[in-house]
Design a protein around this ligand. Sequence first.
Ligand SMILES: [Zn+2]
Ligand SMILES: [Zn+2]
Length: 190
Amino acid sequence: MTAQQGGELSVEVKELRGHPGAQETFARTVPVPTEFSTVLIGLPEGEDLELDLRLESVHEGVLVTGTAAARAAGQCARCLDELSYPLTVDVMQLFTYPERAEPGADEEDERFVSEDLAIELEPMLRDLMVSALPFQPVCREDCPGLCSQCGFRLEDDPQHAHEQIDPRWAALAGLAEDLEGSEDEDGPRG
Ligand SMILES: [Zn+2]
Ligand SMILES: [Zn+2]
């Protein structure tokens, strides 16, 4: 099996053609291509993408099964801390021979073997891995996040809270604090 000009993730399948049941393995580590990411989290470009795939010749085309693994890195949606974890997805995708494509069929999830008998793994892997990323990544399930009023990291002090003061009384409360402050400055009371 040789890689074509399309990059390491373009795989020639000429030898599988016409031999239903024939198999090849595609086990290698390649750099993560660009844009395997969402807003808050993604697979850092250029890091290791470990592919352990089996390409199997079936009647309609080439069935690709196996796993793809890489490191996901991003930001916690609650506290904005950096987070990172290993991501592994299962792959199970049929690449249909072009002449077997049914005209008018919904082609959204369908993938094809190209005219020159190659399959493009990159778009498939991007779809699979990006959709496996959490929409709202969290550093841990019970991350308390940040105070909505002042941005304080609630994990550093779970007791952190703001007194809820009616805005009409806020000015008076401020005045009272000023008075207490000046009393202290005047020395001991009583
Ligand atoms: Zn967090
Ligand atoms: Zn606060």
